[in-house]
Design a binder for this molecule. Structure first.
Ligand SMILES: [Zn+2]
Length: 241
């Protein structure tokens, strides 16, 4: 079977491009792993800020309740002094009830403070756990980034080498064909501009898009005079020898 002789040169170029594409993707994947850890650290730090804010708020509440408690103590002290100087039973009873009521109020405040202390303990534990998690993620990041940076540096050198090869590949192809090739790959996710025609007893299909190729197109390819493109995916078609 005859292909246009330029096809072999385009195939070489495509091989190189596929390798460059795969290496670029590898680079992105490696960076993505690091970025994922960085994101985790940021999330944990945000959580830490929120928890610290809660701890701060709780401290304010506890101080407020402490003041209320102290104020009640003062009031009770004064009322007790007053109690010793009352003249009538009625007055005594009124003051006693007032002292009882303050005591009941203080009991409730003490319960609230106790509850706050419980919450505060839980928060302190959460802060400690988060600190451990953040340190862990930071260590992981530092260790991995040294490794990944080395790998990426190595991959970039490989890419440079293949870019050199690409230049050589390109040097063997005329500019019109090259621009056609570049135009096709710029629109393809898999960065392929060439597609083999799959030939069975009953059909011809483009392996790039799996759509039919006409017998007439196959004839044109066999003649090897002009480049034939798939009507659906626009890739340059070839038949395997
Ligand atoms: Zn196609």
């Amino acid at each position: 079977m005859n292909n246009n002789p330029i096809i072999e040169k385009l195939k070489e170029l495509q091989e190189t491009d596929i390798k460059i594409n795969a290496l670029n993707k590898l680079c992105d994947d490696k960076s993505a792993t690091l970025n994922q850890i960085k994101e985790n650290i940021q999330k944990l730090q945000k959580k830490m800020e929120e928890i610290k804010q809660r701890a701060k708020q709780l401290k304010i509440e506890i101080d407020k309740k402490d003041l209320e408690l102290k104020s009640n103590e003062e009031k009770t002290k004064k009322l007790n002094i007053h109690l010793n100087t009352v003249k009538t039973n009625k007055e005594y009873s009124v003051l006693s009830n007032e002292i009882k009521s303050i005591k009941a109020d203080s009991d409730i405040i003490e319960d609230v403070i106790l509850n706050y202390f419980g919450q505060s303990e839980t928060i302190q534990k959460e802060i400690k756990d988060l600190e451990t998690a953040i340190t862990g993620e930071n260590n992981k990041f530092n260790l991995l980034s040294v490794e990944v940076d080395k790998e990426i540096c190595h991959i970039k050198k490989e890419i440079e080498n293949f870019c050199q090869i690409r230049q050589e590949n390109m040097g063997r192809i005329d500019s019109e064909t090259l621009s056609k090739y570049e135009k096709i790959i710029s629109n393809k996710v898999d960065k392929t501009a060439l597609a083999k025609v799959n030939i069975t007893d009953y059909s011809f299909t483009c392996q790039g898009c799996h759509m039919d190729v006409t017998p007439q197109q196959v004839n044109e390819i066999m003649k090897g005079k002009e480049l034939v493109c798939c009507k659906t995916c626009l890739r340059i078609l070839y038949v395997d020898k």
